[in-house]
Unconditional design. Structure first.
Ligand SMILES: Cc1cc2nc3c(=O)[nH]c(=O)nc-3n(C[C@H](O)[C@H](O)[C@H](O)COP(=O)(O)O)c2cc1C
Length: 330
């Protein structure tokens, strides 16, 4: 009898705790929703930071185009027109001199230089560049494979600076190398060492192509990727409502470690977003047989790079520009 009562009591406590969790989770997601709606750049393009992010995204499309394996002249005409418009509008509203916006002008000049013999005129772009004569063409580094991986054993600052995504794949990555990279990536920290990350290795061209179709960010290079690492995060490791972002924070930290590990082992990698609608996410789970409790965090395409290739420069903000000190700052 006592045993029965104890069991009833335990069930009641557990029911109450779960009800509390559910209510807290709803509150947390309502808070996130409000914060997102009030601040996400996509919904507030009138703000300077959002307008700058839009420009960075637009110049990156061209920067990628300039470094693509099978680049065809005449590519990205629409992207050029759009970027010219975005920069013009930004400078009118917020003034000139922002380093990321200046880089956008440099990318446009590099595009024009590449198309100097293009038969069709580009009067809008030419006028735009003529009005900004001091901005030189941006240079996308051309590297040899040996140099790209030369900092493998260098001190961390050099090693970290040498890592870049590479969108040129020319050969297979041995299974053992992928296994070694994943094993090294498990050194990533995680909340209470719960180790949320899981990796699904796609080693089939048919599955890769289907997945990339859903993902949408691999045009021009995805078809050459040898393997695709789908990094997921096990929601079972999330222990309370306020940890609602933990699947993604822990998964993201793992992805970064995985990219360093791949770079260390001489494997070219390209991180790919998984910002897809729910239906696509569901379809990818079904395609790869990923259980529902695993949230897809990111996808990493990889392969062996060719002897020589171009890398998108992707210049960074200065540390000081992204840092706010609170307190004395000594
Ligand atoms: C979350 C995330 C999503 C990304 N998605 C894509 C993508 O869909 N397609 C692509 O070509 N590159 C993608 N990238 C690669 C970025 O463009 C690249 O990391 C960035 O420009 C910095 O360059 P770096 O890694 O060479 O230093 C993504 C990177 C991250 C971190």
């Amino acid at each position: 009898m006592m045993d029965f009562l104890r069991r009833i009591k335990r069930a009641l406590v557990s029911f109450r705790e779960r009800a509390k969790m559910r209510s807290e989770a709803s509150r947390a997601f309502r808070y996130d929703r409000r914060q997102f709606m009030a601040n996400a750049g996509a919904l507030h393009l009138d703000r300077k930071a959002a307008a700058r992010a839009e420009i960075v995204m637009a110049y990156h499309v061209l920067e990628k185009g300039l470094t693509m394996p099978c680049r065809r002249l005449g590519f990205g005409r629409g992207a050029v027109v759009r970027l010219v418009h975005l920069v013009d509008s930004f400078e009118r509203r917020f003034g000139a001199g922002d380093p990321q916006v200046t880089h956008a002008v440099g990318v446009l000049r590099a595009y024009r230089e590449l198309h100097r013999d293009w038969p069709e005129p580009m009067p809008r772009l030419d006028a735009f560049l003529a009005a900004r004569p001091d901005v030189p063409a941006a240079r996308e580094p051309h590297v040899r494979r040996a140099d790209f991986f030369a900092a493998k054993d260098a001190p961390f600052p050099e090693f970290a600076a040498s890592r870049h995504v590479c969108r040129h794949f020319a050969g297979p990555v041995p299974r053992e190398t992928v296994e070694s990279a994943i094993a090294l990536a498990t050194t990533a920290p995680s909340a209470c060492n719960r180790q949320h990350a899981r990796v699904h290795v796609v080693d089939s061209p048919a599955l890769r192509d289907r997945l990339f179709e859903m993902q949408g960010g691999t045009r021009g290079f995805g078809q050459d990727a040898d393997k695709v690492l789908v990094v997921t995060s096990d929601l079972s490791a999330v222990r309370w409502s306020w940890e609602r972002h933990d699947a993604y924070t822990n998964g993201g930290i793992f992805v970064m470690n995985l990219c360093y590990a791949l770079h260390y082992f001489g494997v070219a990698h390209c991180i790919l977003h998984w910002s897809v609608p729910p239906g696509t996410d569901r379809a990818a789970h079904a395609l790869l047989g990923i259980p529902e409790n695993e949230a897809i965090v990111q996808v990493v395409a990889c392969g062996l790079p060719p002897e020589e290739f171009d890398v998108a420069a992707s210049p960074r903000l200065a540390g000081a520009d992204i840092t706010t000190w609170h307190g004395d700052g000594r």
